[in-house]
Design a protein around this ligand. Structure first.
Ligand code: SF4
Length: 434
């Protein structure tokens, strides 16, 4: 049996913030068992790739990463040939194909859970005594922590593979969530990001999202609390009141509307339409002063006509959301939409995708233009050179939104400073503080 203390590991986390949380829990398990973290995959005895399989592009990225890691593979080190381990959504969905088509992978496991590390140690003859599953960031230098409040999704949108990869929605107990909040608070993070496939569906006994978030606010002094991913049909007045009343909750909401045409939305299994979504946006803007709304749209869904797409573009021009992402539909086995025949040709899908993003570009720029001259709080995340920093405002989530280029003589890493916005681009801001 090999001792974990003589072995190093590296985790490559792909996909969404929820997957990131799984990778961080696995990181905690490795560390507590005595393994040594490696800074680069080529220096690690065990490389774990936590994959994504949401859409075609994500699957391709995961496969590319697997081949890249297999190419990096070192043959022998202290008698332990490097192991390549594939886990996560792709592994859960395509375990058999991966096993048959890429036999060089040493170990395949589904979604990351508490049993993963014991199973891995067992497979590789590694002695393991301690067992934990606490969340430890892969990058110690980040001032924020994702807090996952539930797993899976029961919304069953017709295009989405998540419900059968990650299962029906299961809300975590408040105690489990509070333990993650307390650990992140103790690490001194400046931002907690509450994530789930649909946070609005959270319910644990009598505890709802509103009561949970209130309790989180009461037990932590972390200055920013961000709520991420609300199904548009589930955003209610309770949630809006909570964001309006609790100053530490970022005035930012990520609501993936996916489309605006009622025809497409019905086929997707969603209730809304352009009008109801416009009313929701209006209510949010009226109730929460200065809120920035982010959304994601899916283009090229089967049967999406030119009229449907024009309706979506008109909606985007009308509501002028501050931030928008888009993705192209890909048929996913097992989903309801997979059976639909009338596929939009790739060329048209791509053209619609680019048209949507270029329409949004100007809208985003105009939203940021309005911020010029205003004072705004910035979380300082990185030092570039003397008096130059990179940060983020409460209106920008990490990794997906813009950044703030800050000039400041007195800023310190991971502090929140008040800065004046001096310039802007389509996605980023520039500014100055003392
Ligand atoms: S709400 Fe999101 S995660 Fe859930 S099924 Fe719909 S698209 Fe997928």
């Amino acid at each position: 049996m090999i001792s974990p203390t003589s072995l190093s590991y590296y985790i490559l986390s792909l996909g969404c913030a929820k997957n990131q949380v799984d990778s961080e829990k696995l990181n905690g398990a490795f560390l507590d068992a005595g393994f040594i973290p490696a800074a680069h995959p080529q220096h690690a005895d065990i490389v774990v790739i936590n994959t994504c399989a949401f859409i075609e592009d994500a699957k391709r990225e995961s496969i590319d990463a697997i081949f890249e890691m297999l190419t990096l593979r070192r043959r022998v080190k202290r008698g332990f040939p490097q192991k390549v381990v594939v886990v996560g959504c792709l592994a859960k969905r395509y375990a058999l194909s991966l096993r048959n088509e890429i036999p060089e992978i040493d170990f395949i496991y589904g979604l990351v859970d508490e049993q993963l590390l014991p199973a891995l140690c067992n497979a590789f003859g590694i002695k393991k005594e301690k067992c934990s599953f606490r969340q430890v960031p892969l990058d110690e230098g980040i001032p924020y922590a994702y807090i996952k409040i539930s797993e899976g999704c029961s919304n069953n949108c017709s295009f989405c593979a998540i419900p059968f990869i990650r299962g029906e929605a299961i809300s975590f107990s408040p105690e489990k969530i509070f333990a993650d909040v307390d650990e992140a608070t103790a690490r001194g993070v400046k931002e907690l990001i509450i994530v789930a496939q649909d946070i609005c569906s959270y319910r644990y006994g009598k505890v709802t999202l509103k009561s949970l978030v209130k309790k989180i606010c009461a037990r932590t002094d972390v200055p920013w609390i961000r709520l991420m991913y609300c199904h548009p049909d589930h955003v209610d007045e309770e949630l809006i009141e909570l964001i309006a009343a609790e100053k530490r909750i970022c005035r930012y909401l990520d609501i993936p509307f996916q489309h605006a045409s009622a025809n497409v939305l019905r086929s997707m299994g969603r209730k809304g339409d352009a009008e109801t979504y416009m009313r929701l946006i209006e209510l949010l803007r009226k109730s929460i002063n200065g809120i920035h709304i982010r959304s994601t749209f899916l283009v090229g869904y089967p049967n999406e006509t030119e009229d449907d797409f024009r309706m979506l573009l008109d909606f985007i021009k009308e509501v002028k959301l501050e931030k928008v992402g888009a993705f192209m539909y890909s048929p996913e086995e097992g989903t309801k939409a997979f059976a639909l025949n009338d596929l939009v040709p790739k060329r048209i899908k791509r053209a619609r995708y680019h048209e949507l993003l270029s329409t949004q570009k100007e809208i985003s720029k105009n939203a940021l233009r309005k911020m010029k001259g205003k004072r705004i709080n910035v979380l300082v995340e990185k030092h570039i050179r003397k008096n130059q920093w990179i940060g983020r405002t409460e209106f920008d989530a990490p990794e997906v939104d813009g950044i703030f280029f800050l000039t400041s003589k007195s800023a310190t890493l991971h502090s929140i400073v008040n800065a004046e916005v001096t310039n802007f681009s389509e996605y980023d801001l520039w500014g100055i503080s003392e």
